[in-house]
Each structure stands twice: as structure tokens, then as C-alpha cells.
Design a binder for this molecule. Structure first.
Ligand SMILES: [Zn+2]
Length: 387
């Protein structure tokens, strides 16, 4: 296959590239054109039968650029994860001509995020995953909507929302060009020895598969949790996490950030410095951000990280939780307690968590957020009242 052109010329979008060994074609379909990728090649020729499916094809009469690449398939075909990853977002995306609201499904993979776009809206029920769950390469994650195509977008790590590109506007800063990656996947899937792709990392040839294994349930689905997991606004992966080394989860530790939301997220995203993180951060307006998978150890409560889930609440030293924060936090704690079979008595303030290393004199965290002063009794009273 010809190498794709770096477009638009002048200020081209970087290619999404992966050197992950195990990869799957993103959709299981009987469409004879399933591996046809429409794109502009380096010699400027157009490859494929439908130029309108190309990355950066014109939309809305030229007012907008198509920031994905549309793959051939049919309504209800199975969409699979191309690589191992973490589900980071799922939301209503596009009204189909059949009157269906199709969804965007964002999965963070090793080197970039894929938006498996225009999928059906009931994927969470059918395929039993939640935002923040790990998925494996080849895992069934959704079905194609009545657009009868998979709209495939790629973004840099940490993205949980699609970007649009109006003609004449600046290039969306998180967008990647998926063309070379898809050519690599198609090449592997069909066993064709494609030409080397300029600007695209060469991929080891393996996993030449067109079908995926049966759906595997992501971790942490052992119970039928009667409480829904509250909506996660965005999963922003923190690099500051490690293995639980086989430890189970048996407590929840609540914190006060003492700094604003943006700064908190920035510090948790910083791989240098103090290398801190928490599983969840709850903003003053009740929005919940997840930054570490439950199955991993976050770095929020020294000495008590391996067996705990850490929840940060944005607030100052003298603040109480806002009403929206109370509701969001109580909903999240309720879900966690049932999910991991933790008793209510095992919700602790940072300073009061069993195992917490107080050798440096303890911490003022979680301050006054939970009312009644800085004490574990205040935390337990709050849990009794709200959870
Ligand atoms: Zn703390």
C-alpha cells in the first residue's frame, strides 16, 4: 500500500503511531470493503473508492473538516478494542439520518486515544464495561450505529472529548491522523506486506486476525452492583501509579486538595516532582475526574496505598464540601463500597487511615470538608448521613 501524505501541507497533523505487538482491526464485519482505507497518498493520488471517507475530507459544504476516517461496516457489527486500553469517555456524539443518537467511545491506548465513533448508545449494558475499566486488545466494546460505518478518530494521550475543525480555524491541538495506523492494522489483518510508511513507526507483524475473542468482562465486575457508578466527566490518566501487588481493596481514603482543580490535575499528571495521584478528583461543581484505574495503586496516602481507593475533593483548609460535591462523593463511595465489598466503617480521612505513615507528624487533610472538625468521627458521621 502507498504511504499516506502528511496533511494538510504547511501545518500537518501528526500521525498516530503504535509499536504495540497485539493489535486488532476495530470492527468485525462481513462488508467486502472492510479493509479499504480511503486516503491521499504521498504521490497525491487518492486511494480507495470513497474520498469523502478520508481524514480531513470536507464536510458541511467545506465549512468543516472530517477529523476521522470512516471504515466500511454495517449496523450492529461488533466494534473491538484495537489494543489494550482504558475506557475514558462515552457520550452522545452524532444524530444519524435514521434518528438514532450515536455515541463516541474513547479508549486510551498505550500511545494515543481512539474515538470509536458513531457506535450505539447501549454498549455499557451489552458489553459490561464502565468508564475507567481496562479493556483488552480484541475485546468487544460496542456495536456500529445506523450510520453503517465506524468513524475512527485518534488523539494524543489524555483526551476525553472529540475536537472539531472548522475550515480556517487553527488545527485542533490534540488531533492525530489515524491513516497510517489503520493501514498498518489492515496490512497485518490481511497479511499483505505493505510498503514502508513514511512518518509512521514500523509495526512488528503479528496478530494477523480479523475476528476477536468472545467478550471478556473487565476487572471489578465480580458483583452485580445495585448502585450505578456516577458519571465520570473525564478519565485523565496519571502516570503516578503502581501495582497493588495482589492486594485487595478494603478501604476508601478521602482527601482535601487545598488547591484548585486545575492545579490538582496538573500535579497528578506530572511524572516528576512528588509523583502523587488519586483515583478520583471531585470538583466543587460535583464533576468527577478519574486519574488512576481502581485496579492500580494510586499515590495519595503513604503507607496505605496498596489496599485503598483515594478520593480527592477540591476545597480549601476551611471549606466544607459543596452540595454538588457531597452528592457526587456519596454516590461514588456508595458504588465503591458495594463494588469491593467494603464496610462503611472503612471510609477514612487521610490523617486517620490505618497504615498511614505519620512519621512526619501527620497531615491536616481532609481538613474541615466533612464537617465537625478534623476527626475520624466527623468522617463517619458524614458517611452515616449521606452514603
Ligand atoms: Zn490527603
Amino acid at each position: 500500500m502507498k504511504a499516506p501524505k502528511h496533511i494538510p501541507s504547511g501545518d500537518p497533523v501528526d500521525f498516530a503511531s503504535s509499536d504495540t505487538a497485539t493489535t486488532f482491526w476495530p470492527v468485525i464485519t462481513a462488508d467486502p470493503k472492510q479493509f479499504e482505507i480511503n486516503y491521499q497518498a504521498i504521490d497525491n493520488s487518492l486511494v480507495g473508492s470513497r474520498p469523502g471517507r478520508c481524514f480531513l475530507a470536507e464536510r458541511s459544504g467545506g465549512a468543516r473538516r472530517h477529523v476521522g476516517l470512516d471504515l466500511f461496516c454495517a449496523h450492529r457489527d461488533i466494534v473491538v478494542a484495537c489494543e489494550d486500553g482504558i475506557v475514558v469517555a462515552y457520550y452522545g456524539f452524532y444524530d444519524t439520518s435514521a434518528g438514532e443518537l450515536s455515541y463516541a467511545l474513547f479508549v486510551q491506548h498505550e500511545n494515543f486515544v481512539i474515538n470509536y465513533g458513531e457506535v450505539k448508545g447501549d454498549a455499557q449494558q451489552e458489553f459490561s464495561w464502565r468508564i475507567g475499566d481496562k479493556v483488552r486488545a480484541g475485546q468487544h466494546i460496542a456495536r456500529v450505529s445506523t450510520t453503517n460505518m465506524l468513524h475512527f478518530e485518534t488523539y494524543i494521550n489524555g483526551t476525553g472529548r472529540n475536537q472539531r475543525w472548522m475550515t480556517g480555524a487553527a488545527r485542533p491541538n490534540r488531533l492525530l491522523n489515524p491513516t497510517g495506523y489503520l493501514i498498518g492494522l489492515a496490512t497485518r489483518a490481511t497479511g499483505q506486506a505493505g510498503a514502508p510508511l513514511a512518518g509512521v513507526t514500523a509495526s512488528p507483524v503479528s496478530a494477523a486476525v480479523t475476528s476477536a475473542p468472545a467478550a471478556t468482562h473487565a476487572e471489578a465486575h465480580g458483583s452485580n452492583n445495585s448502585h450505578p457508578k456516577p458519571q465520570i466527566k473525564e478519565f485523565i490518566q496519571s502516570p503516578n501509579h503502581s501495582s497493588r501487588n495482589g492486594s485487595g481493596i478494603d478501604m476508601v481514603v478521602v482527601h482535601c486538595t487545598e488547591i484548585p482543580l486545575k492545579e490538582t490535575i496538573k500535579i497528578f499528571q506530572n511524572p516528576g516532582g512528588r509523583q502523587v495521584s488519586a483515583h478520583y478528583v471531585i470538583a466543587r461543581d460535583g464533576d468527577i475526574y478519574q486519574m488512576v484505574s481502581d485496579s492500580d495503586r494510586a499515590h495519595h496516602c503513604k503507607g496505605a496505598n496498596k489496599n485503598s481507593i483515594g478520593i480527592e475533593h477540591v476545597g480549601g483548609e476551611t471549606d466544607s464540601l459543596s452540595d454538588a460535591q457531597t452528592e457526587a462523593s456519596a454516590g461514588l463511595v456508595r458504588w465503591l463500597l458495594e463494588q469491593y465489598d467494603i464496610p462503611k466503617s472503612r471510609v477514612f480521612g487521610h490523617d486517620f487511615a490505618p497504615g498511614y505513615d505519620r512519621s512526619k507528624g501527620g497531615t491536616s487533610c481532609p481538613d474541615m470538608l466533612f464537617g465537625g472538625g478534623h476527626s475520624q468521627k466527623a468522617i463517619q458521621d458524614w458517611v452515616g448521613k449521606h452514603v
